[in-house]
Design a protein around this ligand. Structure first.
Ligand SMILES: [Fe+2]
Length: 260
C-alpha cells in the first residue's frame, strides 16, 4: 500500500512532535504493509511551509528508518488565496513527489466561497487537485452535488482510512460509504499525526473495503491510484463517479419499475 497523506516530519506542524515519534510512525507504517509514505506538512495560517527544511528532515528520517517505507514529500495545502498564489505563480514545491498532483484541504466545517474558481486556477496552472477528506467536512457532506461537479472537472478525492473504519464518528463513516456508493473516492490515506490517536494504519480500512466492496476496488484505492499519483501518471481506469441526484432518480425509477 501507498500512503499519500501523512504528517511524520518532526516538529514541523501538528504531526510528529519529535524524531522518536516520527520514527515510530514510519516503522508502524512499514509493519502495516506500507511501502511509500508521502510526508505532507500543513501549509496554512498556523504552519509555514519550508521545502528545504522538509527535505532535510525527510533525509534524516530515511537514514534512520532504512529502506522501508520510502519517504516522499508533498504538502497538506490549505485552500486560501495567498496559498493558491504561491502555488500557481511562485511554483513552490507543494505537489506530491514533484508531480502534478497536489493535496488540497479546507476547514473541517465550511467550504470557502468561490471554490470553483480556486480549483480552476489550480488546474489552469497544470496541477490536479486531490480534495482531502470531504467526509470530515460538514458542508461537503451536505453538498455532495458540488463535490461531484469538482470531480467531473478533474478533481480527485481522498478519504481518511480512520473515517472509513469509524474513528471520526458515524457521520464521517456514513459519508465515506455514500461517497463510495457514488464512485466518488479515488484514494484512501491515513492523514496520520501520531502513533496512537491518529496512527498511520491503512490495513484495517483495506480489509474492510476488501471484504465489503471487493479486491479490485481495494487494490485500486490503496495501491493502484496512489502509485499513479506518486509517479505522476494518469490514474488507471476506475468506476465512473455518479451524480447524487442522478443516483436518487435511478433508485426511484427502479422502485417504481419493480411495482409495475
Ligand atoms: Fe493532513
Amino acid at each position: 500500500m501507498i500512503d499519500i497523506h501523512c504528517h511524520p516530519l518532526p516538529d514541523t506542524d501538528d504531526g510528529a512532535r519529535n524524531f522518536e515519534t516520527a520514527l515510530a510512525m514510519l516503522r508502524m507504517s512499514a509493519e502495516d504493509g506500507v511501502t511509500h509514505v508521502v510526508a505532507t506538512p500543513h501549509c496554512n495560517f498556523r504552519f509555514d511551509f519550508d521545502a528545504e527544511r522538509n527535505r532535510k528532515k525527510a533525509e534524516e528520517l530515511q537514514a534512520a528508518v532504512g529502506d522501508t517505507p520510502k519517504i516522499l514529500l508533498g504538502c497538506d495545502f490549505h485552500l486560501a488565496y495567498e496559498n493558491i498564489r504561491r502555488l500557481t505563480q511562485d511554483h513552490e514545491p507543494f505537489s506530491i513527489n514533484g508531480t502534478g498532483y497536489v493535496l488540497v484541504e479546507f476547514d473541517e466545517h465550511f467550504v470557502p466561497a468561490h471554490m470553483d474558481n480556486a480549483f480552476y486556477d489550480i488546474q489552469l496552472a497544470g496541477f490536479t487537485p486531490i480534495l482531502t477528506h470531504p467526509e470530515r467536512n460538514a458542508m461537503c457532506r451536505r453538498r455532495l452535488e458540488d463535490v461531484h461537479n469538482w470531480l467531473s472537472r478533474g478533481c480527485l478525492v481522498q478519504i481518511t482510512a480512520q473515517s472509513y473504519t469509524g474513528g471520526f464518528g458515524s457521520e464521517a463513516q456514513k459519508a465515506c460509504e455514500r461517497l463510495l456508493d457514488l464512485n466518488m473516492v479515488h484514494i484512501v490515506a491515513s492523514d496520520a499525526h501520531d502513533p496512537r490517536r491518529r496512527p498511520p494504519i491503512l490495513s484495517a480500512a483495506f480489509q474492510k473495503m476488501f471484504s465489503e466492496r471487493g479486491q479490485t476496488l481495494a487494490e485500486l484505492l490503496f495501491q493502484g491510484n496512489p502509485e499513479a499519483v506518486i509517479q505522476g501518471k494518469p490514474l488507471p481506469p476506475g468506476p465512473t463517479p455518479l451524480s447524487p441526484s442522478q443516483k436518487k432518480k435511478t433508485r426511484w425509477w427502479a422502485f417504481f419499475s419493480s411495482r409495475r
